[in-house]
Structures are given as C-alpha cells and as structure tokens.
Ligand binder design. Structure first.
Ligand code: NAI
Length: 507
C-alpha cells in the first residue's frame, strides 16, 4: 500500500454533488489527482467547472498562487465509466444516502480496483459496517466523513468499521492532514462522533421548551451569554434545518435502542411535520424576514425601589459570593443572618435542583424564595427562577434588584438545573459516555465538538472547567427532580469526579 502521507496519489470521488465536489476541491488543491464520477454526466461537468471557479476565486482573494491553482485544475479529471477507476489508490464515495445503493457500488468497485485500494464512504448516518458487509475485503473499507462545506469545515471523521484494518484508518488519517484538515478517529457507531456528541445541546434545549419553562429566545441567549456558545439550540436547528436535525435525532436515538440520554422530544416531530424547518422555510423556531431573524424585545425589568434585604443561601460558598457581589453592586441590603429574617428575600443557588426542592431541602420560606443560576458566566445575563409558591411581588423585587446591577435578567419557571446547568451537564455526560464506550479518544471528542460543532470548548474541557464533581452533582440532582434515566451519570464521569481526575484522563 502507498504511503498516503507523501506518495503521489490518484483518488476517485464517486458522486459529484455537494460533498463530492468539495472533497475533489480540497484534494486537487493539495496536488492529488482526482477522478470524478457520477451517474449523471452533467453533474460531473458542473462539478469540474465549480472546482475551477473555486480555485480561481482563491487566487483572486490572494489565498492561493496562480501556479498552484493551475496545478490543482490539472489534477482534476472526469470519468463516465467505473472501469476507468481501476488504477486508483482510494475511492471516496459520496453518492445518495441509501444502504443498498452504496453496498452494490462497493461490490462493483471490488471487481474493478486493486486489492490494495481503500474504499471509503462519506455517509453521514449509515453504518459503515453495513456498507462494507457485502465486500470481499471489508478490512479496506472505512468511513471518511467530511462536513459541509468541505473546504471550510476542517474536521474529518475517520470511521473504523468492525473489520477495518488499522493501516487503512491510519492512511486516511494521514491523508486528512495532507488535505489541511484535522482527523478524528472514530469507532463505527450511531451518529459517529459529532452527530452523537451534538445531541445534548438540542435534546436538552427542546426538553426545556417541552416543559414550558421558558421560550426559545431565552434558552439561546443563555447559551450564548453564560456559556459562550456561538448559537443556542434553536438558532442552530433553524440554521441546519429540522428536515436534517429531526431524522438525525430520531436515528441516533433508535439506533441506540432508545437510549434515554439522547431521547428526542415530541414537539420536534410536530414542527418537522408542519414544515417549520428553519431559515430555509422562513419559519422555524424563529421567523425570518429577508433572511433576518425576527427577535422579540426582551421584557425589561420592573423598576421597584428596594425594600427587602436579600439573604443568600450558603449551600455553596463560591456561588453564594458571586450573587452577593452582584446584589451589592445593585445597592441592595444583604441579610447576613444565619437564616433569612422574616421580611428578607431568600436566594437559593442550587446545582441541578429546581427552586421547589431547594426550598424544601434548605427549609426556606417558599413564598419569599427565588433561585439564581450562579454557576457560569454572569457578566451579561442572570437567570432567575421561582417556585410555584413564590409570590409575584417577590419575583419582581428580585428581578428589579438583579437588573440594577446592569445585567439582563431572564426569568424562568421552575426547572431542575435552570437552563445552562442542565444543558451543559447533558453535553458533558454524553461526551463522557462516548469516551466510556471507546467510540473516540477524549482529545478527539473535544476536537470534534470544536471543529464540527463550533463549540467554544470541547465538552470534556467544559466538564473540567465546571468541575467534574459539580457536573456529577447536577446530574444526580436532575435525576432526583425528574426521575428520568436520561440524566444518569456516565461511569466515566462518576469515576473521574470521585477521584478528582480530569475528564480527559484515560485508563
Ligand atoms: P448530492 O445529492 O448533492 O450528490 C449525490 C450525487 O451522487 C448526485 O450527483 C447523484 O447523481 C450521484 N449518485 C447517486 N447515486 C449514484 C451512483 N450509484 N453512482 C454514481 N453517482 C451516484 O448529495 P450530497 O449532499 O453530496 O451527499 C452525498 C453523501 O455525503 C451522502 O452519503 C450524504 O449522507 C453524505 N454527506 C452529506 C453531507 C451534506 O451536508 N450534504 C455532509 C456529510 C456527508
């Protein structure tokens, strides 16, 4: 077998649609000879013209020299007959997402290419093991999963099916680097790495909506302001389109035999059936006019002169101090007594619990208690939560006081783990279980989320920054509030939290 790191290579790309042409573009840009083939010859012609145009554009923008672009163009050729592909070192299949069609293509290819040739599939949702099932040499079949748009999305999942040889996976890893992309090594499993680890943000965001805790705008704003995400779950689903996200959610869930951690929510199906797909239909979780998202103005805080003192729970000293600092900035009186004075407003700072449970656990006055999520970044936004017993006067006074510190306040109904805590803990927990199952190495799990999902940091790094012990507490408390096995902590998380180790520690 050739060394894919440096040797001159000839590769074939079958299927010259969106993905095939993107893969051909990055390969030709790296000086690798590419033969493009498609059932439809006009598509191949379009694809070649497209790659030429993209290379010219790269020269215009000063990103590529004219010589390199010309060399790239001369690397691209076309074929209308599979037999022309007999001499290639690698075939990358990017045809229609249908298992029977892919299986019969791979069977036909084995009659044409040499025994050394690697057969790779760009499938985004089918089992690579199933694609390889009818092959005579399944050890040379692997998943080679690029993301759209290929030149910009620098991540490639190299997926090993049950019989894929280590050498084949290593060669594809080397080729990925040669293309200027970053490989992550993944075991063939539902959703592979990125689609699996991306479930948490979406399913838990939807869960919050399903429980009627607050609206889409507040959830998205909290994920941006408090956790530094580029987009919240609803903005992301609107961008991707529910026609992609919903089937992917259902598939990962069912292929894991109804694993509760990745369970979708009925309202996702309802919106999908109604055609509220997102930006592409001008209406999804948001409405769009001329491509612009319509955002409702956030309710401004009531302006109430402070009359009550605020007593802050000392259940967690660090969180308590954060809230005290904010309330002092707001100029309100802090009640420093052991337990809240009769007319004070009590503020709980629970981890994973709802306000109601915190009230009972800490024996706080239900009508005069609110809860604040003090775990993440509070510079811009604070989430304020009330129990069903909290009076509206108390909610408004707390809201007004917190807003006086200059921050935006999102007021939500009672929720185990507010918004950010439960979404972050779900993301970390799913990533931990991916590590536990050996689907990918911890560093690759984080790389996949940063490059494939544009997360500000990998989920395991997020878990470490939050504190594995705290993430464990949040999940255990979520399970206590909801009794739902979706929150059961992964053993990977539990062990590292108990031993005080980083979530990136392997055995
Ligand atoms: P596409 O519809 O743009 O292109 C598919 C092309 O394959 C078409 O031009 C079609 O004529 C051709 N084709 C179909 N059957 C063929 C056959 N038997 N032999 C030769 N050519 C055949 O599809 P797209 O989006 O490029 O997807 C291709 C593959 O990549 C699918 O497996 C998809 O799941 C996967 N993928 C797609 C991503 C996306 O965002 N579009 C992202 C990652 C993977």
């Amino acid at each position: 077998m050739k060394d894919f790191t440096n040797d001159p290579l000839r590769i074939a790309v079958i299927g010259a649609g969106i993905m095939g042409r993107g893969i051909a573009q990055v390969a030709a840009s790296a000086g690798i000879h590419v033969v493009l083939h498609d059932l439809d010859e006009t598509v191949v012609n379009d694809a070649v013209a497209f790659v030429h145009k993209m290379l010219d554009r790269a020269v215009e923008k000063g990103r590529m020299s004219a010589e390199k672009a010309e060399a790239g163009k001369s690397c691209i050729s076309r074929s209308s007959d599979l037999v022309d592909l007999s001499g290639v070192d690698l075939v990358i299949e990017a045809i229609v997402e249908n298992i029977e069609v892919k299986q019969s293509l791979f069977k036909a290819l084995e009659e044409i290419v040499s025994d050394e040739c690697i057969l790779a599939t760009n499938t985004s949702s089918l089992s690579v093991t199933a694609v390889a099932a009818n092959c005579r040499h399944p050890q040379r079949v692997a998943g080679f999963h690029f993301f759209n748009p290929v030149p910009l999305m620098k991540l490639v999942e190299v997926i090993s099916a049950i019989r894929t040889s280590d050498e084949v996976a290593a060669q594809l890893q080397a080729l990925t680097r040669r293309l200027g992309h970053t490989p992550v090594m993944v075991d063939d499993s539902p959703g592979f790495l990125v689609n699996h680890s991306g479930r948490g943000l979406i399913t838990e965001g939807l869960r919050i909506l399903h429980e009627n805790i607050t609206g889409v705008q507040a959830v998205d704003a909290v994920m941006r302001d408090c956790l530094g995400f580029r987009m919240g779950p609803f903005e992301l689903m609107d961008l991707t389109g529910l026609d992609v996200t919903f089937p992917a959610s259902e598939q990962v869930y069912n292929q894991y035999f109804q694993e509760p951690r990745v369970r979708p929510t009925p309202l996702q199906r309802r919106r999908y059936i109604a055609g509220l797909l997102g930006r592409k239909t001008n209406e999804g979780f948001y409405r769009y006019e001329d491509g612009k998202k319509i955002v409702k103005e956030e309710m401004s805080a009531p302006d109430i002169a402070p009359s009550s003192a605020f007593w802050i729970s000392r259940d967690n000293e660090e969180l308590s101090e954060k809230v005290v600092t904010i309330l002092r900035q707001a100029g309100v009186e802090i009640d420093e007594s052991e337990s809240p004075r009769k007319n004070s407003i009590a503020v709980a700072t629970p981890l994973g619990l709802d306000a109601s449970t915190a009230i009972v656990d800490e024996n706080l006055p239900a009508q005069r208690t609110v809860a604040v999520d003090a775990l993440f970044n509070l510079d811009k936004r604070i989430v304020l939560m009330a129990s069903p017993a909290t009076t509206s006067e108390v909610i408004n006074e707390a809201w007004s006081a917190l807003a006086r510190s200059g921050r935006t306040v999102s007021v939500i109904k009672d929720s185990g783990g507010f918004i950010a805590q439960r979404i972050a803990a779900t993301i970390v927990n799913i990533a931990c279980d991916i590590a536990q199952q050996g689907i990918a190495r911890p560093e690759d799990i984080d790389t996949g989320a940063r490059l494939g999902l544009a997360y500000p940091q990998g989920p395991l790094a997020l878990g470490d920054a939050t504190g594995a012990g705290r993430v464990l507490t949040i999940l255990e408390n979520l399970q206590r509030v909801y009794g739902d096995p979706r929150y059961r902590p992964s053993p990977w998380l539990r062990r590292r939290a108990q031993l005080g180790l980083s979530l990136l520690t392997t055995e």
